[in-house]
Structure formats: C-alpha cells, structure tokens
Design a protein around this ligand. Structure first.
Ligand SMILES: Cc1ncc(COP(=O)(O)O)c(C=O)c1O
Length: 342
C-alpha cells in the first residue's frame, strides 16, 4: 500500500501493444522524478521540511513538484507559463502551491527567458528558497532508476527506448540506468521542429509547438551523447500518432506521446529483432480540443514515414529522422558525424 497518492500517480503502466511494441504509460510523468529529487534534497540536508521549493514550469512539472511538496511537507512556488491551464491552476491552488502565471509572450524563447528572469528576482528577494532547476540539476534522473529496473525485469532481449526530450531527464535517465545492465540499449529522442536542443531551430513548424518537448534554450540535463537516433516530428504527424494510438490501441495520451509512438512504430518496423518501448508522458485530457477533436483531419499513421537525413541542413517537415550516433552536439553541427543509415 502507498503512503501518499503521489507514489501511485508516479508509478507507470507497462503495456504490450503489439509484438515488440511496448508502452510505458504515465498518468503524469514527472511525479516520480520530483518525489525522488525532493527526497534526495531532504536526505542530504540541502533543504529542510517546511522550506520553499521554487521552479519554472510549462505544466506537468508544476503538478509533480506540488505533489512532492505535499508529500514531504514543503512549500511550493511555481513560475508558470501560459500553458498552465484552468484544471491545473485550480488543483495547484487547492494543493497550496503558489503559482505565478506569466502573461502571454510573443515567442517560446521570450516566455522561457522571462520565467527564468522572474525566478532570479524571487530568489533575490527570498534567498532561503531552493531553486529546483529541473532542466539542469541531475537529481531529476534519480526517480527513474526504479522504473528502469522494472523495465529490465519485464522486457527480454535487445531494447530500444523512444521518448520526447524536454529537460532530457526521463529519456536520459532510463537509457543511463538500463545501460548499466545492457550497454546495447538504444535510445531514440523525439523533438519538435524549431527546438535548439538537437539544433533544428532553422525549421519552424507553422502549427504549434508540442507541449513539454523541445526548447529555445540549452538544458544541462540533456546529454546528447546518450542518443542513437533523433526523430523530429511536426504537429500534423504527432496528431496522426495520437489519434492512431487511441484508435488502434485505446491509449488516450498527449501529443508528445503521439510523436513518440509514431517514431517507435517506425523503429520497430525497421529492426524487428528489438523490442521498442515508447514513453507516454501524460494523458490526453488537455489535448481534447487541440488534437482529438481534429481526428478527422489526421493523416493515416501508416501513410507517413520519416525523411532520412544525414545532416541538419536537410531537416524538413512533417517528419525527419537522423542517426545521432551518441555524438556531442558540436560534432553534429560541424557535420563530422551523422548519417542516414539505420
Ligand atoms: C507532455 C510531455 N512529454 C514529454 C516531456 C519530456 O520529458 P523530459 O523533461 O523528461 O525530457 C515533457 C516534459 O515536460 C512533457 O510535459
């Protein structure tokens, strides 16, 4: 029996959807990461019960940190972007988390830099607050160890992990911990176009950015040398993935999951010796109007395949794939590695 609801919410489901295709399905992914991070901070004496934990978030980390604070008797202060919706705002208020929501900005980059500037102001006025730095502090990897152990115990044979990359903690941690047992575990990261993380900023997606993945600023928790392959998925392709995942497998999940599912199907089809596990980070509820209500506009997932590229200059909508070959980002940008083979 769990001692707090956060423990139950943080525990993912592992579902075999098809031969060699497994879904690691979270209700809200970052709960497990925030719980372990806060536990670690308390255990090492960096914070004490009752202290205030502060961070900026565009959504699911705010909820995760609020639950972790509730669990461990901490105060929670979030600088949220405009993507924090009414449901989350209301829950945060009742949970006792303090949310400051920024005004809409002209761009994601402006929104991110304004939130960081506001965090710095809050820290100046409240030097006792602890800044969680979910995008940079690798204590956010810790919570995924137990999940990697569960995956390793339940999935046999060679494994490929596919997941959206935001802070990089979930994909980075799962690959790191799984490779401690099996170094050949492959990792495919999923990105929206326009994200600087794997340098697709030259190609913008005229539709929308996929919530939670990609960035307009570099993040310390992204370790580029962990990724074998990157898929860049535009909004329309991610929409097709989300709709197909619900229709074919009855999994109701968000847009980053739709993109990861599409990439995972492709990876599985092109190497059927491997089991492909993709991460479903959140449920579909907050995407009902923007995604699922548009199911008739979604192209059939089977009609899509990625453009195989060997340099970043060739990236193009709606979907591109490149072998990243566990390279540091600078080596890819200078074009000394990366190739289109599988
Ligand atoms: C819906 C969704 N998918 C994927 C991710 C990426 O997770 P990570 O930050 O661990 O890279 C996030 C992160 O915010 C998210 O909100």
């Amino acid at each position: 029996m769990d001692d707090h609801i956060a423990e139950a919410i943080g525990r993912p489901d592992l579902v075999r959807l098809d031969d060699g295709l497994v879904c690691l399905r979270f209700e809200t992914m970052k709960v497990v990461s925030a719980l372990a991070a806060v536990e670690h901070l308390l255990g090492t004496g960096r914070v004490r019960p009752g202290d205030t934990l502060l961070d900026s978030s565009s959504g699911i980390y705010a909820y995760a940190l609020a639950l972790a604070c509730h669990r461990y008797g901490m105060r929670c202060h979030i600088v949220g972007s405009t993507t924090v919706d009414h449901t989350l705002r209301t829950q945060l208020a009742v949970l006792g988390a303090h949310l400051e929501q920024m005004e809409p900005s002209a761009s994601l980059k402006l929104d991110q830099s304004r939130r960081v500037a506001r965090v710095r102001e809050i820290l100046r006025d409240n030097p006792g607050y602890h800044w969680m730095r979910q995008y940079h502090d690798d204590i956010h990897y810790l919570g995924y160890r137990a999940i990697a152990e569960r995956v390793a115990g339940e999935v046999d044979g060679p494994l490929t992990v596919v997941g959206g990359v935001g802070s990089g903690a979930s994909t980075g941690a799962l690959a790191t911990y799984l490779r401690e047992r099996s170094p050949d575990v492959a990792l495919a990261g999923v990105q929206p176009f326009g994200s600087v993380t794997f340098r697709s900023e030259a190609v913008s997606d005229p539709d929308i950015i996929i919530a939670g993945i990609g960035s307009s600023i570099p993040f310390g928790n992204v370790d580029h040398t962990l990724y074998d392959t990157i898929h860049w998925v535009g909004f329309t392709a991610a929409l097709a993935g989300s709709v197909d995942l619900l229709r074919r497998h009855a999994v109701f999940a968000g847009l980053s999951t739709g993109a990861a599912y599409l990439a995972a199907r492709w990876e599985r089809r092109h190497d059927d010796a491997r089991t492909v596990l993709f991460i479903a980070a959140d449920t579909g509820h907050r995407y009902v109007d923007s995604v699922f209500a548009r199911h008739r506009d979604a192209p059939p997932a089977d009609s899509l395949s990625p453009r195989q590229v060997s340099t970043l200059d060739d990236l193009a909508l709606p979907w591109s794939r490149m072998r990243w070959a566990r390279s540091p980002v600078d080596r890819i940008v200078s074009g000394t590695t990366g190739w289109a083979g599988t």
